[in-house]
Design a protein around this ligand. Structure first.
Ligand SMILES: *[C@@H]1O[C@H](CO)[C@@H](O)[C@H](O)[C@H]1NC(C)=O
Ligand SMILES: *[C@@H]1O[C@H](CO)[C@@H](O)[C@H](O)[C@H]1NC(C)=O
Ligand SMILES: *[C@@H]1O[C@H](CO)[C@@H](O)[C@H](O)[C@H]1NC(C)=O
Length: 441
């Protein structure tokens, strides 16, 4: 009996080691580029002009609270005829992130609230959004955010992932273009499978995809101090994406939630975005440095089918799919530098923002014979780090920095109307940056 249970154990370990090796092999570009190599990044590079003259940070001149911004999202304004007239930007920031970060730690002080900000391109003003009727004593640590477009001036539902002290929940607010710096609190959404929500992507005013970055979280007693780290470092595919819909809710009642896991087994699933047509989903897998593209099937209930994988040379954070032909991806080119920066052992940590361009008519721009011809303008080209993406995609750097110009990029937004690029920074002292294209270039 002893011999056979020994053999069973050995078989078990052999299988575990084989699976882990396979997983680490899949993660090879992510690990090699973002952990084991220090990238040779320039001080700054902006694809549509000179970063010194075209890029500036968004600041809270009064109180310095606009910092450590994890996410940014466009709030689209459509007129009565349905024509898009303006994209405002909403930012989610948390000045206390160095004391409270449920993804990377530490969990020291959840008291100071994070904040939401509104940037209006027409006035170039950034103003804090006040939360109306927000429950007293309820923590506010905003992470992923998304807001439904406004049509003909109507109000929009805004969803905010909130890393509250006991568990992560999703807050629903109402924002009205007539009073754009007020967000009226509606309800707090909670579910047993909201284990570690990170990012949301809306599929209607009352339904969305949500990523869960880890299965084991830092809030777990005892285990929380090391198991989530093991999950991250071994790139264990324990994150997942769910679809959530809320039923029609009468005034001041709590919605009931329909929840289904649509894409399980993703390593550190982080950013999520739905294509403007609503037909495809993009999901960032941070530790393996990949973006997965899925087709969405809407009925009977939403499900997804994997179609493509795009490899990038950094720890992919958030995604924004702001035009049918472009997904903007931001991330962390060197994880050890990020950790040192958080621990104040470095002055900055690098940023990289790229566009995945989708050649809609289908003919591939880069054939395998031309592997070194993509991203030819960036000082540190993607083509020195990763293989070309599959057709119909190409990849191009929009912004990169060793961190001295802008640190810790988490989200990039590219406005197809104006060409303006917005970047938020997880631990950036000035929480976000805007770069405006040089005219006549
Ligand atoms: C605003 O109008 C759009 C388009 O008609 C609609 O889908 C949306 O539900 C409306 N928003 C709210 C909060 O009622
Ligand atoms: C995804 O959708 C596109 C467009 O509808 C279709 O051409 C393609 O075959 C689909 N791929 C898969 C794997 O379902
Ligand atoms: C790549 O293309 C060039 C010219 O089109 C051709 O001469 C060359 O043989 C091709 N190389 C490979 C590896 O297919």
């Amino acid at each position: 009996m002893r011999a056979s249970s020994g053999a069973t154990m050995r078989t078990f370990f052999a299988i575990a080691v084989a699976l882990l090796s396979l997983q680490l092999w899949k993660a090879k570009y992510g690990l090699k580029n973002a952990i084991f190599t220090t990238p040779d990044l320039p001080e700054g590079y902006y694809h549509a002009g000179n970063y010194l003259t075209q890029c500036s940070t968004l600041k809270d001149e009064q109180n310095g609270l606009l910092k450590h911004c994890e996410d940014a999202t466009f709030w689209e304004m459509h007129d009565d005829a349905g024509k898009l007239t303006e994209r405002k930007v909403i930012l989610s920031c948390d000045a206390g992130r160095r004391e409270w970060n449920t993804v990377m730690g530490p969990l020291k002080n959840p008291e100071p609230h994070g904040s939401l900000w509104l940037y209006t391109p027409q006035t170039s003003k950034t103003v804090q959004i006040s939360l109306e009727e927000y429950p007293a004593g309820h923590d506010f640590h905003p992470l992923g955010i998304e807001v439904y477009p406004s049509y003909g001036g109507n109000a929009s539902y805004l969803y905010v992932v909130n890393h509250a002290r006991q568990k992560t929940v999703i807050e629903q607010f109402l924002v009205d273009p007539a009073k754009p710096t007020l967000a009226k609190y509606l309800q707090t959404l909670s579910h047993p499978l909201f284990i570690s929500p990170n990012s949301v992507a809306l599929t209607s005013p009352t339904s969305f995809f949500v990523t869960n970055d880890h299965l084991f979280t830092r809030r777990l007693p005892i285990l929380g101090s090391f198991v989530p780290l093991v999950e991250t470092l071994l790139t264990l595919p324990l994150g997942f994406v769910s679809h959530v819909s809320l039923d029609g809710r009468a005034e001041s009642e709590q919605s009931t939630i329909s929840h289904s896991v649509v894409a399980p087994f993703i390593s550190f699933s982080n950013g999520v975005a739905v294509s403007p047509q609503g037909s495809q989903l993009a999901v960032a897998s941070t530790t393996v440095g990949k973006v997965y593209i899925y087709n969405i099937t809407k009925s009977p209930s939403p499900s997804v089918t994997h179609v493509h994988t795009i490899q990038l040379p950094f720890s992919v954070d958030n995604l924004a799919w702001t035009s049918p032909s472009e997904i903007v991806v931001a991330g962390h080119p060197h994880f050890p530098s990020l950790l040192k920066f958080i621990a104040r052992k470095r002055e900055y940590a690098p940023s990289w923002v790229v566009a995945i361009q989708i050649n809609i008519d289908g003919s591939p721009k880069a054939t395998p014979n031309e592997t070194k011809t993509f991203d030819i303008h960036a000082p540190l080209s993607l083509n020195t780090k990763v293989p070309p993406p599959p057709a119909p995609y190409t990849i191009e750097t929009l912004f990169q920095s060793d961190g001295s110009v802008f640190s810790t990029s988490t989200t990039g937004l590219h406005d197809p109307l104006t060409g303006e690029l917005y970047i938020s920074g997880l631990y950036a002292e000035d929480g976000a940056m805007i770069c405006k294209p040089e005219v006549n270039q």
